[in-house]
Design a protein around this ligand. Structure first.
Ligand code: PEP
Ligand code: MG
Length: 901
């Protein structure tokens, strides 16, 4: 027969999945000899049975009988005893903590008779009646579903009637009145009062806690936290101790160290003459824990000593609930404390310094997300400001500035010293000057891999994209938030690129000391010391290399400061944005080969100097130059715009020949599905002059860099392949240019040719493609788009959020690699390529390369590097270190493992 109930003392090594976190920690504390009120745990298996069958397993009743009898024996009181009743608490406790999401019923065992026994025994009628009215309220709300507010309303009314400020002012007579009212209210709402039989109370409370696993709020919390719905909750039944028993009693919650900063000290609150839920619900204001030192010095000293013992045992910060009953300290609950990003680093570092944990374990306790959090200036919303609207947090950090509705305005205002936020429906290559000038970017359309998001991340600009509620009116020069204010261009807004929140007005912003340190400033704060220690350890243990996606010398310099070991992607098309767009336009609309050659000749020196700046910054490191990728129409003016210009000009005597030709080219290159159209390697084949110029610029710049005494590992990369045949054409084109450059310079040129794997077909024939490629780089943005058939520019701001909300997908596949789908293709391609050419180098340069949740997968499948925007390089280094540790067990510290007190 299955065991569904275990006493707290039954385990040496409690199983959290079976007993829930709270049950396992209670068992652990009992094992350590801490003062824990006795009790037992009903397993998650019993809850699962109930959720599946709609009733508890039949064996449960008998097992509860046995454990209740044992509990009565331990506590020295009987359940339902009229003179000296045992009372119990019934609390939920899932394997993964879900604070405040499920139910608790306290004081189970009180009824109209035992309440008098309790009053007699304690000599405190007020206390006994107060405990009973709490039971009726919790039972009524939790078990019977009486709406919240019914009992609370009666409590407020009686306080007002008696002229008292809080519940402590109610005397026994008032409480008896209140109990009578509570009985009446329960009867009114559910047709009966709460059961008088304590055992029936217990059974119903247990079932209610089982059922609370599936309340709407618990389900929503699990969806948000990525917790599986299949775990279920355990139920802990524990002898009550009373913090509301007179002046020498009280309840408190505390942390062993500050969960916000990691600092050592008293962090918690204490509420005299109260049960635990009063502290949490805030019915009365609790005092800081340090005041317990004055209120009850002996209990305070005992508590501090137990907190130390718990921290030594768990080797981490603990979050503890305690009760003092008539001077006696009881620990009701303990768990590893949740902490801020800052505290996570500080604590991990301090526990190493104290000899409690190893550096390996410290590294496993911090995350790339937490580091990213510390790297960006943040909006201070402690004033309780509410966002106007929320979009996608696409590039972290925050920005405060005047709304500028186009790139020119943004650049003009910024030139006058104003901070601006560029607000656009979506951004285009032409918007680059405005993006560079802006403190942040906000768009109403587009997802995390939209132009705005990718460029903003590359520039380290905070960005919120896809804020679909915003109506941007370019005629009225305003932004309307439906149901909210209308912002005029020039009004100040604040955006948070972490959360996607957009606020009206200027919120205060705090600088990141971690970034100042990464940039090379001397910053001597404990947090920076902690971060640098853990980063150094990550670098020491990681296998995966980290490169940067960088398109300018300045970006490359920052990437090196942030620890990049090369460049994994230079998006050369970003070099043709802004004023330079005209150069590509000239190449496209050239009337004959001579005119095109002229246009390309103008491009060459500019492109060469772009590459020279990058090689200088990355001296000695590999640099991957990707040949031009996006659809050509992105370099041409908008079809409607040119059509209107030409039509107007024709009315007034005729359009210029250039405009007429431009319109013809814009029409010719217009595609219904440009992302699947003439882009990537297809451009290289159709307009070979463009990539010949790019290859020449790269080879000449590399040669010049070498001649000047530097070294560079030049890698030329071909985007969007689908077949090995395409690569063969580019191979020949680049080889021809290389021969020409060699002849002209009279010296050998060196480069490696590589391929992007970003179409599903390329992944499936990677063994063929690798024949002409010495390296492969996975473009997981396009690979995700093409594998899922989802537009990377739109899906995240249109229907994907609904998919996430409905639990169809856990996160956007553009944010975190979809391991079974896109990841399967990456793994397959990597295996095929390695088998065909064991010396091939492989990396990832899509946005997933900098995603903390994806890096472990890339390490696991043996890729050589990830490449990401400079600001994500430190995050990727840290995650690569953590990933390396996952393959080896964490070694315990030599000493410092605390003993039981
Ligand atoms: C990709 O598709 O993952 C990639 C890196 O290329 P881009 O984002 O420039 O299309
Ligand atoms: Mg791509």
């Amino acid at each position: 027969m299955k065991t569904y109930v275990y006493g707290f003392a039954a385990f040496d090594d409690p199983d959290r999945n079976l007993l829930g976190g709270k049950g396992a920690d209670l068992a652990e504390m009992v094992r350590l000899g801490l003062p824990v009120p006795p009790g037992f745990t009903i397993t998650t298996e019993a809850c699962l049975y109930y959720l599946k069958n709609g009733s508890a397993p039949t064996e449960l009743a008998r097992q509860l009988d046995e454990h209740l009898a044992a509990l009565e024996h331990q506590a020295g009181r009987r359940f339902g005893d009229a003179a000296d009743p045992l009372l119990v608490s019934v609390r939920s406790g899932a394997a993964i903590s879900m604070p405040g999401m499920m139910e608790t019923v306290l004081n189970v065992g009180l009824n109209d008779i035992t309440v008098h026994g309790l009053a007699e025994r304690t000599g405190d009628a007020r206390f006994a009646l107060d405990s009973y009215r709490r039971l009726i309220q919790m039972f009524g709300e939790t078990v019977f579903g009486v709406p919240v507010g019914v009992y609370g309303g009666a409590l407020d009314a009686i306080k007002e009637q008696r002229g008292v400020a809080d519940d402590l002012g109610l005397d026994a007579g008032a409480l008896q009145d209140l109990i009578d009212q509570y009985h009446r209210l329960t009867k009114e709402h559910v047709g009966r009062t709460i059961p008088q039989d304590p055992r029936e109370q217990l059974d119903l409370a247990v079932i209610a806690v089982f059922g609370s696993w599936n309340t709407e709020r618990a389900r929503a919390y699990r969806r948000h936290q990525g917790i599986s719905d299949d775990l279920a909750t355990a139920v802990n039944v524990q002898a009550m101790v009373f913090g509301n028993l007179g002046d020498h009693s009280g309840s408190g919650v505390c942390f062993t160290r500050d969960p916000a900063t990691g600092a050592y000290g008293d962090y918690g609150e204490y509420l005299p003459t109260a049960q635990g839920e009063d502290v949490v619900s805030g019915v009365r204001t609790a005092v800081p824990l340090s005041e317990l030192h004055t209120i009850d010095p002996a209990a305070y000293r005992r508590l501090r000593s137990l907190l130390g013992a718990l921290e030594r045992h768990y080797r981490d910060v603990c979050d503890v609930e305690f009760t003092i009953e008539d001077g006696m300290l009881w620990i009701l609950q303990t768990r590893i404390g949740k902490r801020s990003a800052e505290a996570a680093f500080q604590l991990a570092h301090d526990f190493v310094e104290e000899g409690t944990i190893t550096l390996d374990e410290a590294l496993s306790r911090v995350t790339g997300d937490q580091l990213a959090h510390l790297m960006f200036p943040r909006l201070d919303t402690s004033g309780g400001e509410l966002p106007l609207t929320t979009g996608l947090g696409a590039s972290p950090g925050s920005a405060v500035g005047r709304v500028a509705l186009d790139s020119t305005t943004a650049a003009e205002w910024a030139a006058h010293g104003d901070a601006v936020v560029l607000v656009r429906k979506e951004t285009r290559p032409d918007d680059l000057p405005g993006m560079l000038a802006a403190a942040g970017v906000l768009t109403s359309r587009g997802g995390r891999t939209s132009h705005a998001a990718v460029v903003a991340r590359g520039l380290g600009r905070p960005c919120v994209c896809g804020a679909g509620e915003l109506e941007i009116d370019l005629d009225a020069r305003s932004v309307v938030v439906p149901g909210g204010p209308t912002l005029a261009e020039g009004d100040v807004i604040s955006i948070d690129g972490d959360t996607g929140d957009v606020y009206a007005g200027a919120l205060p912003v705090a600088d990141s000391p971690v970034v100042r340190w990464l940039e090379g400033d001397v910053v001597d704060t404990p947090l920076v010391t902690a971060v640098s220690t853990l980063m150094a350890h990550a670098d020491a243990v990681r296998r995966l290399r980290v490169r940067a996606n960088a398109d300018t010398g300045a970006d490359a310099e920052r990437a090196v400061r942030f620890g990049a070991e090369g460049i994994g992607l230079t998006r050369t098309e970003h070099m043709f944005l802004g004023e330079r767009r005209q150069l590509i336009e000239r190449v496209i609309v050239a009337e004959d080969p001579a005119e095109q050659a002229d246009a390309l000749a103008a491009l060459l020196p500019i492109q060469r100097s772009d590459f020279a700046a990058i090689f200088a910054a990355m001296d000695g490191l590999p640099v991957t130059i990707r040949l031009i990728d996006p659809p050509l129409h992105e370099f041409l003016p908008d079809l409607t715009e040119v059509s209107v210009r030409v039509a107007l000009a024709e009315q007034e005597g005729g359009a210029s020949e250039r405009d007429t030709r431009l319109l013809a080219e814009v029409r010719r290159l217009h595609e219904e599905n440009p992302m699947m159209g003439m882009r990537g390697v297809r451009l290289a084949i159709v307009v070979p002059g463009l990539i010949e110029t790019q290859a020449r610029a790269a080879l000449e710049a590399a040669a010049a860099h070498r001649r000047a005494g530097g070294s560079v590992e030049l890698e030329i990369m071909v985007p969007l392949l689908t077949t090995a045949g395409e690569l063969a054409v580019v191979r020949d084109t680049v080889a021809k240019v290389a021969r020409e450059v060699e002849e002209e310079l009279g010296e050998p040129v060196e480069y490696r040719l590589g391929a992007m794997i970003e179409t599903p077909r390329a992944a499936l024939v990677a063994d063929e493609i690798v024949g002409d490629a010495s390296f492969l780089s996975f473009g997981t943005n396009d690979l995700t788009q093409m594998t899922w058939g989802l537009s990377r520019d739109d899906a995240e701001s249109t229907f994907l959020p609904q998919y996430v909300a409905a639990g169809i997908v856990r996160t956007s596949p553009f944010e975190t690699i979809d391991v079974p789908g896109v990841g399967h293709l990456v793994r397959t391609a990597a295996d095929l390529a390695r088998r065909a050419d064991p010396s091939v180098t492989m990396g990832v340069c899509g946005e997933h390369g900098g995603d903390p949740a994806s890096i472990g997968f890339f390490d696991e499948i043996g890729l050589d590097y990830v490449s990401c925007s400079p600001f994500r390089v430190p995050v990727a280094r840290l995650e690569a270190g953590r990933a390396a540790l996952q393959h080896k067990p964490v070694a315990p510290a030599a000493d410092g493992e605390g003993d039981a007190p």
